[in-house]
Design a binder for this molecule. Structure first.
Ligand SMILES: *[C@@H]1O[C@H](CO)[C@@H](O)[C@H](O)[C@H]1NC(C)=O
Length: 158
């Protein structure tokens, strides 16, 4: 039992990579430099499983994204949007659960000044090409303004 717990603990720890947020507007290009300034303050991004950047996104698996941020304004609804940016061209990923208020670790509405950890999973389809890309993940409020918008280098592997 103890051995199992230690094993589970190690697996739980070593497979997630946590980094400071890299905001979308740090990326060059029309969808990057011109990206609106997020209304929230993003702190860390955690990708699981991942051990080093670029994170390997294995086909046929779920990748969990966790983002810790502080809301600087109230928000009533939250919608997640994920793009894979391939050679500067953003391609939208379909999220099984784009509702940021549901099963995301967040209870809506967001309260200004509070810190939250948002969590959602992305399924890596077998249909995706094995390619290097930049994952761009944003959480939008009821007005469509980003609360956070982060980018992370990744590669899809089979
Ligand atoms: C991925 O997550 C979805 C939704 O939770 C689940 O139905 C599916 O079984 C998961 N797939 C894998 C390969 O873990």
């Amino acid at each position: 039992m103890m051995k199992f717990l230690i094993f589970a603990f190690l697996v739980g720890c070593v497979t997630a990579l946590t980094t400071p947020c890299r905001n979308c507007n740090t990326v060059k290009g029309p969808k990057g430099a011109n990206a609106p300034t997020p209304t929230g303050t993003c702190k860390t991004v955690s990708i699981e499983p991942c051990t080093q950047q670029p994170c390997e996104l294995k086909k046929g698996t779920n990748i969990t994204f966790s983002v810790q941020f502080t809301a600087n304004a109230a928000a009533t609804t939250l919608t997640s949007e994920v793009y894979g940016v391939i050679n500067g061209v953003p391609v939208k990923f379909n999220l099984p659960n784009p509702n940021g208020c549901k099963e995301s670790g967040i209870t809506c509405p967001l309260v200004a000044g509070e810190t939250y950890t948002y969590k959602d999973a992305l399924y890596i389809s077998h249909l995706y090409p094995a390619i290097n890309l930049v994952v761009k993940w944003s959480l939008l409020d009821q007005a469509g303004s980003p609360i956070f918008c982060v980018v992370a280098p990744a590669k899809i592997t089979s």
